[in-house]
Design a protein around this ligand. Sequence first.
Ligand code: NAD
Length: 485
Amino acid sequence: MSTTRAEAAKRYPELGQLIAGEMRYDGGRSAMDVIDPTTGLALGKVSMATEADVDEALAAASKGFDIWRNTSAFERSKLMRRVADRMRERAEALAELLVLELGKPWSEALGEVEVAAGMWEWAAEEGRRAYGRIIPSRELNARQVVLMEPVGPVAAFVTWNGPLVTPSRKMSGALGAGCSIVLRASEEVPACAFALAQIVYDCGLPTGVLSVLAGEPMMMSKKLLESPVTRAVTFTGSTTVGKLLSQQAVAHMKRPIMELGGHGPVLAFEGINVQTFAKRAVAAKFANAGQVCFAPTRFYVQRSIYADVVEAMTAEAKKIVVGCGFDSKTQMGPLKSERRLKAIEDLIADAKQCGLRITTGGKRYDRPGFFYEPTIVADATVEAKLSNAEPFGPIAALTPFDEYEQAIALSNRLPYGLGAYVHAPDFATLHRATNDLEAGNVICNGWRATYPETPFGGHKESGMFSEGGIEGLRAFQNVKYASFS
Ligand code: NAD
């Protein structure tokens, strides 16, 4: 890393609206502050799209779709691979925006750039393999074929916790399938989405295929979903907003692709190496300050190893260096906002009232910005708020269990079903739990829930359809049957 926070902040870009490949700064739009979570002060301003901006982006997406669907999959793939290369070339500049806007440590920011670039690469390749099939016909001279077509222009909405990976997922999935896309950037971390879109245009994307706007969410979702132009909506955010958008989408027969909240259970069985488990569990738990939808959050630990796991995880959590993401020693940055900090304070106040044991952490740091201590809560009961509401922050809640069935019941009792983790010494338990856990991603004896080439999506109220893998492109495709006699 060759910069300081102060130097980087001076470079924070002016932000407009990217409509049909052109940045628009004019028009007297209203604007809101983008807050630096490390200081709590404004980094810059993001302008708010007008209704006319959204109309223009929709018209561009309609024309852009005609161009892009008629561009060969081979050409689309070449362009998208260039995007991945360009992202890697500009990794430091992108990481700088990530650290400024989200506060995450520099190494994590570079990691996010690499993961996001990998998504472009994967979608570029997989878009070339949008295979259909031939169905043997009942008539000898006939051909019956199934074709996979792009669904049409896509409306995309993203949240703030993956400023580069989430827009990358949406853009690369839609473009890889041959769709055009209008993406509403998160108002809290807008610069990353705009910088990414600029790279895509620099790599030669035809005008209109992609627009990125920031703006008032209700106005934008209403206009984008009611428009006859868009054919699918993809959203990453909370289950509450996801349900609202799904209802709006279905009212207009648009496909809702939903990546929503989670409250990841972890099952830890006796016989595992407690020290290794604790070290890696803590690293996974506190990555991105716990602001990860598939983060491990509810730890159910077999009683015979419970005290040792609580002790080891507490010791590991105490070692975490919290600070500014531009400091090379920092392992965990601030939360994104005062709103998130208050939500965590509320969960901990309730935990204390319920008599749970806070073995480390439990308060905000006495410094500017939105820093909160890495926190371990032991003996969590089902009544406590943090056992029910997604914490989306630096809290791990631990509960002992006796029988396998009890651990599964605790894991499955919530309406969420996104990430789940099982740590056990024997394959039989891992295999059984994989079957029994109600979750879209079950990770056994490991912590990484998603790669560009693997499908990622929630069951139950955690979502609909998947991103990543071949499934990620399928979500943006229509099936067409054609016959030739
Ligand atoms: P949120 O749903 O409150 O907000 C997400 C975004 O949606 C924000 O930019 C917000 O402005 C916007 N929004 C709000 N109302 C809208 C509307 N009516 N139309 C369109 N956009 C609207 O979520 P949050 O609390 O900011 O983000 C955290 C949530 O996101 C957590 O629940 C987390 O689990 C989830 N998440 C899920 C995934 C996944 O892939 N499953 C990934 C990251 C985050």
